[in-house]
Design a protein around this ligand. Structure first.
Ligand code: COA
Length: 253
């Protein structure tokens, strides 16, 4: 992960391009620390989340789901990251290029502004992986895009092009690939320059009404997710993905 501070914006770059920025346990810890630190530091007034190498993130490293490795982590390795993002009191902007899959898609529901490049492809692949959605996305996605669209995206797991995500309200703005980074940084800097107390108070008020529901949804999803993750059905899907057997193609539509 790469970090730099620019005009009050902490730019957090997920940096594992060879694996399309799939997130490992160590990366989750680093991301959680960076977000927690951003919340604490007075010189950080907004966060910009982006991915290195033309992709936002291909989500949880599927290797983490395999039983032998998962048993090393009593709680989900993603848990500190989810908690830090939900607790963050400062605005967060996402700059989405290429693939945004799994947690790379659900994290967008916690951002205040999402800029996507016209090549962005967003996907909620949980059912095809033998899992259920996480990060309170079963609640937040339907709030953002409506119940039927949320059901379509969560159950069918099709790849959502940037233009469709924009029409549905998940993405604020779609830009050509070469302009998206600059635009996202500009929005984050604009937020960072606003009166601090008023910005944080307004953001808090917007989120307050769903806070308890988000926690409840997160808890129920976590229980279901962990049960499903250990099922023979899901374990077989993970094994196929990691061994790149042809059936994996069904998971990657
Ligand atoms: N976990 C582990 N490894 C991953 C990964 C993930 N989530 N996503 C991609 N990778 C790895 C691939 O296995 C491959 O590794 P290799 O080069 O050692 O064989 C490498 O990253 C490149 O990925 P590849 O599949 O060749 O790229 P692509 O452009 O053809 O497809 C994706 C990109 C993102 C569509 C595809 O990799 C994919 O579907 N990944 C799984 C995403 C997912 O379901 N994540 C949610 C988990 S909840």
């Amino acid at each position: 992960m790469l970090l730099h501070l620019e005009d009050g914006v902490l730019v957090v770059t997920i940096n594992r391009p060879a694996k399309k920025n799939a997130i490992t346990a160590q990366m989750y810890r680093a991301l959680a620390d960076a977000i927690t630190e951003a919340d604490r530091r007075d010189d950080v007034r907004a966060v910009l989340l982006q991915g290195e190498g033309g992709n936002f993130s291909s989500g949880n490293d599927i290797g983490l789901f395999v039983n032998a490795q998962a048993s090393e982590h009593k709680a989900s390795p993603a848990a500190p990251f989810l908690r830090a993002v939900i607790a963050l009191r400062k605005p967060m902007v996402a700059c989405v290029c290429g693939h945004a899959v799994g947690i790379g898609a659900t994290v967008l529901l916690h951002c205040d502004y999402v800029v996507a490049s016209d090549d962005a492809r967003i996907r909620f692949p949980f059912v095809d992986l033998g899992l259920c959605p996480e990060f309170a996305s079963t609640l937040l996605l339907q709030q953002v895009v409506g119940r039927n669209k949320a059901a379509e995206w969560l159950l069918l797991g099709a790849t959502i092009p940037a233009a469709e995500a924009h029409r549905a309200g998940l993405v604020n703005r779609v830009m050509p690939q070469q302009a998206v980074g600059e635009e996202a940084l500009l929005v984050a800097k604009c937020l960072a320059a606003k009166p601090r107390q008023a910005l944080m108070a307004t953001r808090g008020l917007v989120r307050e009404s769903t806070e308890a529901l988000v926690q409840d949804s997160l808890q129920r999803e976590t229980v279901a997710f962990d049960t499903l993750r250990q099922s023979p059905e899901a374990q077989e899907i993970f094994r196929r993905f990691l061994q790149r057997t042809p059936a994996t193609l069904a998971v990657r539509t």
